[in-house]
Each structure stands twice: as C-alpha cells, then as structure tokens.
Design a protein around this ligand. Structure first.
Ligand SMILES: O=P(O)(O)OC[C@H]1O[C@H](O[C@H]2O[C@H](CO)[C@@H](O)[C@H](O)[C@H]2O)[C@H](O)[C@@H](O)[C@@H]1O
Length: 369
C-alpha cells in the first residue's frame, strides 16, 4: 500500500506551474488545484482484484464489467473522457512534447528502456496471434538496443513475445516478468556479460496447465471467448465476446479460480489474466533486470518504462518509489495511472524511441568534440 499517493517532485512542480497557468488562462472549465488532480492516482487494480476474488453478488461482477469497458473503450473519446482530458493532460503530458525535459533529467545517467508489448509496440487487434509490430518498429528497437540496454516486459509467454519481436539483442521478461532471459547477442553496454535466466513460478506449471484445460472446457459455450496460454499465466479474452455475455464469462472464470486459491486474477484490456499468487509482477521484473545490469543501488541509472496496461502500473509504481526514471502510459483516453507522461499509440512510441536514438547519437558526437 505504500507510495499510493506518491508524486515525484519533478512532476509535482511541473503540475503546480501548469495548474497556475491553466487557471490564469481559463483553460479549464472550472478552477483546479494540484490536490484535486491528485485523485487520478490510486490503487484501483488492487481494489478490483479484491472485488473479483471476494464478491458473491452480481453487483461486484458489474463493477468489473464497467472497469473492463473503460480499460479499452470501443469509442476512443466518450463525453465523460472529453471532460477529463484537459486536466489529465496537465498531469500526464505527452512524452514527445516534453522530450527535452525528459532527456535533461536523464543527464549523466544511463538510460535503460523497458517496453511492454501489446498496445505499446504493436497495435491492439482482435486476434492475439496477429498482434504484429511494424518493420519500422523492429528497426527502431534494433537501434534503441544498440544505444541503451532494452527489455521487453510482457504478459505473453517469453517464446511468444520473442517470436513477435525477433531481436536477439534484447532482454525479454515474459509471463508478466516470471520468465526472464538475457540477450543472446553480446552488447557493449552490458556491465555483466552473462545471459540472465530467471523463472519465478516453475512449480506452478502443472496447476496452470490443468486450469487451462478446465477454462477451455468451461468457456467454449461462450461465443467469441478464447483462452490463451502464456506458460506461467493464462488469458481469458473478452474482446470478441458480446458485452451481454461478459458477466457470465467473468462468473465462469471466478468459479474455476475459487478452487485454486494459489492463483489470482488480474485485468488487462478486455482480458482476464490468471497467474500464480506470488509476489512477482512487472515491477519486480524491472527491479530484477536493473540489478542484473548492475544498477540495483545506483543513482546513475534512468529507467524509462513504456506500457499501456493495468499490469504496467506495477512498474510505474516501482519507478515512483525509487524516485528514478519515468513511466510513460500509452493511452488516448484519461486513465488512472502512476505514469508521469503519455503517448497516444504505438506509432508515437516509435517516434519517441527514434528521438531517443537521435538524441543519443547527437550527444555522444558533441561529447567527442
Ligand atoms: O503485457 P502485454 O504485452 O501488454 O500483454 C498483455 C496481454 O496482451 C495480449 O492481449 C491484448 O492484446 C491482444 C492483441 O492486440 C488483444 O486482442 C487483447 O484484447 C488484449 O488484451 C495477449 O493476448 C494477452 O495474453 C496478454 O496477457
């Protein structure tokens, strides 16, 4: 629960300036304060998990349905979102617009990039097997990895995310960070040249496989529902299910999980994810990778984590509590987040990464001169 309301000092001072500016220019419909804006930060995902695990009644499932709808709305800008947008942007400005501020804050430090896959590097599509990233994104990732240690941190299984990305020079943390592998191609920026291999939940494999079979059987009567195995985690997809069947699908998943107290549920974009109840998430994976790179107790590192999902919030929170680096949320609509900046979609992520590479090349050139 710690750090629930922590705000990093840079963001806070920027917000105060922006709030003063917004109020003085009547940018917003009503006057705002930094405190009123602070309400956007919270621990909604944890509350939601409790709801799903402990509730008995339909009302609780409805809360989940509302939240699922909001996490990945079909219409990009509802009226309600339009109202929230100006305030939200004050707190979470575009990482492209604030690029100079970001690189200024990283001065003298080693940037390490952490990238979520679905919705960050590849656009969200209906068929999870077809979530390909563009060749431009692949080329950009190759460039990024040449200049900064880079990791992909995904809910997908390690093999699956590697097959999508296909770059040997990156770190990969699959199954929400429960399965970590280092680059197989040596990188000059690595302090320690050994490939990392970490599997946090091997003992859960038989249980996960068993639950996969049960879920496939239980959900096959729901048109459009699919269950995806991500080795140490499972995903039950709602995207192609008619909204009127969401509640019954959620109930089916809950009823299976009741028999498996060692597993827990988390929610992504039109997906329910089942994973071992261990203290491990994308935030822990980020810390593990920083440690592997030799930056555990270092002030000389500036991690940049980019992600679009609820599960990425664990990593954003870790960065806030360490007071290091920045979190960037990929979203076109206002969402509760611990990230400091935003990007709209994978094409903006690509632009941001390209600018980082250009900036790095330019600054190393200036340094040599
Ligand atoms: O951590 P991530 O890399 O973001 O993985 C999270 C989930 O991503 C995938 O599902 C999401 O993307 C699909 C393809 O665009 C989309 O159809 C689905 O609705 C999204 O939730 C993946 O299929 C899941 O297994 C991951 O857990």
């Amino acid at each position: 629960m710690k750090n629930q309301n922590m705000v990093d000092p840079v963001a806070k001072s920027r917000v105060n300036t922006l709030v003063a500016f917004a109020n003085s220019t009547n940018l917003l419909k009503s006057s705002v304060t930094a405190t009123s804006l602070g309400g956007f930060w919270g621990l909604y995902p944890k509350k939601l998990m409790k709801t799903l695990k402990n509730s008995k009644g339909d009302a609780k499932v409805n809360t989940f349905i509302d939240s699922m709808r909001a996490s990945s709305p079909t219409r990009t800008k509802s009226e309600e979102n339009q109202d929230k947008t100006p305030t939200w942007i004050l707190y979470h400005p575009s990482a492209l617009n604030m690029f100079d501020e970001i690189v200024y804050n990283s001065r003298g430090k080693q940037i390490v990039t952490f990238l979520d896959y679905d919705g960050t590097l590849s656009p969200i599509v209906a068929d999870p097997d077809k979530a390909f990233m563009t060749e431009k994104m692949r080329a950009t990732l190759k460039d990024i990895a040449m200049h900064f240690p880079t990791a992909i941190v995904s809910g997908r299984s390690l093999d699956k995310v590697y097959n999508f990305v296909q770059l040997t020079e990156l770190y990969y943390a699959g199954s929400h960070g429960m399965d970590i592998k280092g680059p197989t191609k040596s990188q000059s920026h690595k302090k320690n040249n050994e490939a990392v291999l970490f599997q946090a939940a091997s003992q859960f494999l038989p249980m996960i496989n068993e639950v996969y079979k049960i879920l496939v059987e239980k959900t096959k009567c729901v048109p459009g529902a699919t269950v995806e195995s991500n080795k140490y985690c499972l995903s039950v997809h709602f995207r192609c299910v008619d909204e009127k069947n969401w509640a019954s699908l959620a109930q089916k998943v809950r009823s299976v999980l009741k028999e498996y107290p060692k597993l827990r549920l988390s929610q992504g974009r039109k997906v329910l994810e089942i994973r071992p109840s261990i203290e491990w998430d994308k935030g822990k994976a980020l810390e593990f990778l920083l440690e592997s790179l030799g930056y555990d107790n270092s002030n000389n590192v500036f991690p940049i984590y980019i992600g679009d999902d609820r599960t990425d919030e664990d990593a954003f929170k870790v960065l806030r509590s360490r007071g290091q680096g920045i979190g960037i949320l990929v979203s076109q609509i206002p969402k509760e987040t611990n990230a400091s900046y935003t990007l709209q979609d994978p094409s903006e992520v690509c632009q941001f990464l390209q600018r980082l590479v250009e900036w790095k090349i330019k600054s190393s050139h200036c340094y040599k001169l």
